[in-house]
Every structure is written in C-alpha cells, then in structure tokens.
Design a protein around this ligand. Structure first.
Ligand SMILES: Nc1ncnc2c1ncn2[C@@H]1O[C@H](COP(=O)(O)OP(=O)(O)OP(=O)(O)O)[C@@H](O)[C@H]1O
Length: 311
C-alpha cells in the first residue's frame, strides 16, 4: 500500500488544563484529497496548526515522508489558514511573489504562474490592484493563489470555501481537484458536507479531540451509510413495528424515515412492507455524510444503531 506523504500519529494538544486534541491519527496521500471534519471546537484547526508547526503539540508525531525531522518541510507545503489576512497596502502580484520568495521559488516562474491563476480565477488585469481594494472573495482567491504558487507537494486548506459565492466555490473545487489530479496531497477542513461528499477521497471525522471515523469515502459510506427509506403518507409509526431490519423510525408529520440495518437486500425488504401503508412518495437512499456528521456531533443514538463509532 502507498505510504502517506504526511503521517500524523496520536497527536495531542492542551491549552492550560483543557485537552483540546486528545488522540488524532491520520495520513494524507499524494494525489488524494483528505477531508478533516468535525463540529465547531472539535480541534480541526488545532490539529492543522500542529501539523504546520505553528503550535507545538504536547504529544504525538508529525512525519513527512523521507524528511529526517519531525514536522513538515516549509518549502514544499502550501497553507491557507482559517484566519484570512494579507497585507492591505500591497499589490496582488507583489504579495503572491512575496509568498513565492518565502518558499524559495523562482520569481520569474512565480510571476507567470500568478498571471495564469489570476486569469483562471477571474482576476485578470488586477495584478497591480492593492489588497485593500478587493472584495472578501477576491482576497480569498489571492490568498489561495499565494498558497499554491510554489507548486507545493502538500496543500493544507483550512475552511477554503467559507465566504465564497457558489460560482467561486465551483472555481475552487475545480482547482483543488486539478491539483490532486496532478499529484498534490491535499488536506482540507470544511463544514460544507455536500462539497466534501463531492471532493474528498479520504475522510477523518474528529469529535471532542478524537478520531471517530476514518477511511476512504467508499469505506465510510459502506460502513456508516446504511440505507434509509423515506415514506411520505399519513402513517402511524406503529405500522412499521413489525417490518424487519428497521433500526430506527423517525417521524415528522407525514414524513417517516426508516433507518435500515446494514447489508440488507432491498427488493426482499420491500416485500415486507405492510399492505396498509399509505405511500404518496417513497425513496430509498444511503444516509448522507451530513446525517452521519449530525448523528455524531449531536451524540444522538442514530450512529450507534446505524454504524459503529470508534470512540
Ligand atoms: N490558542 C488557544 N488558546 C486556548 N484555547 C484554544 C486556542 N486555540 C483553540 N482553542 C480551543 O480549542 C478548541 C478547539 O479549537 P479549534 O479551533 O481547533 O476547533 P475547530 O474544530 O477548528 O473549530 P471550528 O469548526 O469552530 O473552526 C476550542 O475549544 C478552542 O476554544
């Protein structure tokens, strides 16, 4: 199996007496997008900052492939921090070239790449505009370009989509995909489950500073995303009591959601539906990443019944 470019093992970090990151382990592979998910305050940014060496973890290991020291070598890593901020009184091109210089990347190459990216991101001709004159989204695009200008092997994006309009989100999404296709290892955090579902190859879900779910998108879906059957119709919940393989029934007005056991054969299961059930609409689908996430974040029973949680 391919060795991850970045390996993080048993990371722990406390602030005063509060242990924020307790035990987080994961790997980020070349050419793959790994999403780090978790509720507000779960410890995502603290994990990312510990990887970047901005914070010193109390325990654990951050290992970059073939790098003899702990941590990540700064020249080959790109980072878009959660807290955005560029020098206001500086022209876009100058700021991008400044970041390239920090990474020892040749200026000429950086300039030509910057012009290409500005065009790609709809900022053509704005290279001499000062940061203070940019909208929030434009500034974010500039910061994104600054984080990738030096062709990093590993790219860490903390909430890259926050504050972007849907068109700009699509531009970012496409670019992130393109970078991964060209071999960049990408670690990103986001609260937008739909984007994660579309983008991520691997997932890491942390809660209360611990890894609770980890694996490839397919593995996580296979393991946690059982089927659910949604029925719209005026039905009493009791009507479903004797339907086999139903783990959980949730009702909201005319909508009934039946959460089903793992590994069932849907056509056979359907044949057990009571004849008196009123069906105006019915769908059978996998539970979404959003539902898995909410189940964990709210510590509802849904997850315990739907899949195992590694606590
Ligand atoms: N420098 C700090 N000093 C003290 N506490 C901190 C510091 N940085 C983070 N924390 C605390 O650590 C916890 C985790 O914060 P962190 O920013 O890592 O969470 P997160 O998962 O990124 O959250 P969000 O989704 O809200 O960005 C929070 O309770 C936060 O208040």
């Amino acid at each position: 199996m391919e060795q991850p470019l970045l390996s993080v093992e048993n990371l722990g970090k406390s602030f005063k007496d509060k242990q924020v990151v307790k035990d987080v382990s994961f790997g980020v592979k070349r050419g793959k997008i790994t999403a780090i998910l978790g509720p507000n305050g779960a410890g995502k940014s603290t994990t990312i900052r510990s990887v970047m060496g901005i914070m010193r973890p109390d325990k654990g290991m951050v290992q970059y492939q073939n790098y003899p020291k702990q941590g990540v070598p700064h020249q080959v890593v790109g980072y878009l921090p959660e807290e955005r901020g560029l020098y206001k009184n500086v022209k876009i091109m100058d700021i991008i070239l400044y970041f390239a210089d920090l990474k020892d990347y040749p200026t000429k190459k950086a300039r030509s790449r910057a012009l290409e990216y500005l065009k790609k991101f709809g900022l053509e001709g704005k290279d001499k505009v000062k940061v203070e004159e940019l909208s929030k989204g434009m500034a974010q695009k500039t910061q994104f370009i600054a984080s990738i200008i030096h062709e990093p092997e590993l790219l860490i994006l903390d909430e890259p989509f926050s504050g972007l309009d849907p068109v700009s989100q699509d531009v970012f999404k496409q670019e992130i995909r393109e970078l991964a296709k060209n071999g960049t290892a990408i670690l990103l955090s986001s609260h937008q489950m739909n984007l994660i579902e579309e983008l991520a190859d691997d997932l890491l879900l942390i809660h209360n500073g611990k890894t609770v779910i980890q694996g490839s998108m397919e593995e996580v879906k296979e393991q946690y995303s059982n089927y659910k059957c949604v029925i719209i119709g005026d039905n009493a919940a009791s009507i479903f009591t004797n339907v086999p393989s139903v783990q959980n029934v949730k009702q909201d007005g005319k909508k009934t959601v039946l959460y089903l056991e793992r590994g069932i054969h849907i056509p056979t299961w359907l044949s057990h539906m009571p004849k008196e059930v009123i069906i105006q609409e019915m769908t059978i689908d996998r539970i979404s990443l959003h539902e898995i996430f909410v189940g964990i974040a709210t510590e509802q029973n849904l997850m315990q019944t739907v899949g195992e949680v590694h606590a």
